[in-house]
Design a protein around this ligand. Structure first.
Ligand SMILES: [Zn+2]
Length: 161
């Protein structure tokens, strides 16, 4: 979405700047500016300038992401804090343990509507706000989901979890 908008804006800027600058350089500023004002939307932009702008934006975006990832490799991973597995929705936090390893903290099932932590009521998991009931979870299932989240995160963000 941002890429498409960015490309359109760049194409527009190029279509205005190129005739403006070339006219400035040749001294024919006013007629060129008038012509530009009349027809900048239909000004024939060479295909290669649009292609160059698109490639430039893609390279720039890739570069910015690579630099951001190098500066803080945890930023994307640490924003992955919710997921759904079967009937359960989970929320958790990320932290580094004392050995510097990335770990999942406070993994808990939440209500799919209210993001509220579910309470154990009579063996079931119940939302304290809407009374919606979810199947019970034992420690083994929680450990399984913890491992699933870690594997998914490692594959998706290219970091060791
Ligand atoms: Zn609820």
């Amino acid at each position: 979405m941002l890429g498409v908008a960015g490309t359109a804006v760049t194409a527009l800027i190029v279509s205005i700047l190129v005739p403006y600058l070339s006219a400035r350089l040749t001294g024919a500023w006013l007629p060129a500016a008038t012509e530009m004002a009349q027809g900048y939307l239909t000004y024939p932009v060479p295909a290669w300038t649009i292609l160059a702008a698109v490639v430039g934006i893609l390279v720039l975006r890739w570069l910015v992401r690579a630099i951001a990832h190098r500066a803080n490799p945890d930023a994307e991973l640490f924003s992955y804090t919710t997921d759904t597995f079967g009937p359960w929705h989970f929320h958790w936090n990320w932290a580094r343990d004392r050995y510097g390893r990335r770990t999942i903290r406070n993994l808990s099932p939440i209500c799919s509507v209210h993001d509220t932590t579910l309470k154990v009521v009579g063996g079931d998991l119940v939302c304290p706000r809407c009374r919606r009931v979810f199947p019970a979870l034992d420690r083994t299932s929680l450990d399984h989901f913890r491992q699933t989240i870690a594997k998914k995160a490692a594959a998706r963000y290219g970091v060791e979890v």
